[in-house]
Design a protein around this ligand. Structure first.
Ligand SMILES: CCCCCCCCCCCCCC(=O)SCCNC(=O)CCNC(=O)[C@H](O)C(C)(C)COP(=O)(O)OP(=O)(O)OC[C@H]1O[C@@H](n2cnc3c(N)ncnc32)[C@H](O)[C@@H]1OP(=O)(O)O
Length: 237
């Protein structure tokens, strides 16, 4: 049985793809995440560039989804949606945005050719308020030779803890992200990013995570983060 938060998250993500019209008195997440025109490819489904191990992990998690305790989260490129055009208005910064460029906007993690950058799939457990991201990084994410770039790891951490915060809180932005890089991650390896919503205090959501090898023997990275729910009434300078 789906929890309310999970159902809301799935609805929001589906709405983004399917162009569901906003509800009569939409909440902020409903307004932002419903849309009119998006690329309709769900990137969270197996692709030829996924390795055998990535595919195996996908299948294992899909099995866990069968009793409803885990949910497979879809992901899209979010190109040129009407609602994403509206987003700068929500943070009162629309005059700073180049509207023409915004129409070419694409989710950063989806802007590489298949297999070269970020390949990932996320699964959400509503009862435990956690998301596991299965991540296969490509060769264009190299930092030190043979290893992932720290910024690429930070990006995937932000995407995972961010999704955890969005599912629980709606429209949020990363306010703080602290990362301990404990071991370098070999280029093109597959890792698990385990994120956990620790607490909510008013508009603040605290989410922690770690990055582990698939066999859980190597702890590569640990991180804590703070997300703040946007105050839609507030005027930013
Ligand atoms: C269509 C689109 C679909 C999208 C789906 C995409 C999925 C991808 C997901 C990818 C995800 C990627 C996501 C991204 O990449 S988000 C991009 C990176 N982040 C930003 O650019 C955010 C920039 N910062 C801001 O806009 C504002 O500062 C925010 C909005 C965060 C807060 O400004 P606001 O004016 O609203 O709030 P406030 O200042 O009254 O503070 C409120 C409370 O918070 C506390 N506080 C604030 N900051 C910090 C701090 N640094 N450390 C500790 N505490 C901090 C503060 O003390 C106060 O606490 P309290 O006094 O109440 O106790």
């Amino acid at each position: 049985m789906l929890g309310r938060c999970a159902a809301r998250a799935l609805g929001a993500l589906r709405g983004l793809r399917e162009g569901a019209p906003p509800a009569r008195s939409p909440g902020p997440s409903r307004r932002l995440l419903s849309s009119e025109k998006v690329s309709d490819e769900n990137h969270s489904l197996p692709k030829p560039c996924w390795s055998k191990d990535m595919r195996l992990l996908f299948d294992q998690f899909m099995k866990k989804c069968e009793d409803g305790s885990w949910i497979h989260l879809p992901s899209y490129e979010y190109i040129a949606t009407q609602r994403s055009q509206d987003f700068p208005t929500f943070i009162h910064a629309s005059e700073l945005i180049n509207k023409e460029k915004l129409s070419q906007g694409r989710l950063f993690t989806k802007s590489f050719e298949d297999g070269l950058g970020f390949e990932y799939v996320m699964f959400y457990n509503d009862a435990e308020k956690r998301i596991v991201c299965v991540f296969q990084g490509g060769p264009h994410l190299q930092g030190m030779p043979g290893f992932f770039h720290g910024g690429a790891i930070a990006t995937m951490i932000d995407a995972t803890v961010g999704m955890n915060a969005i599912v629980s809180g709606g429209i949020v932005m990363t306010a703080n992200l602290n990362i301990d890089f404990k071991r370098p991650i070999p280029l093109c390896s597959i890792v698990l990013i385990n994120s956990q919503l620790d607490k909510i205090e008013g508009r603040k959501l605290f989410v922690s995570c770690n990055v582990q090898s698939v066999d859980k023997k190597i702890l590569y990275t640990e991180a804590t983060s703070l997300f703040v729910k946007l105050d839609l009434e507030k005027k930013f300078d």
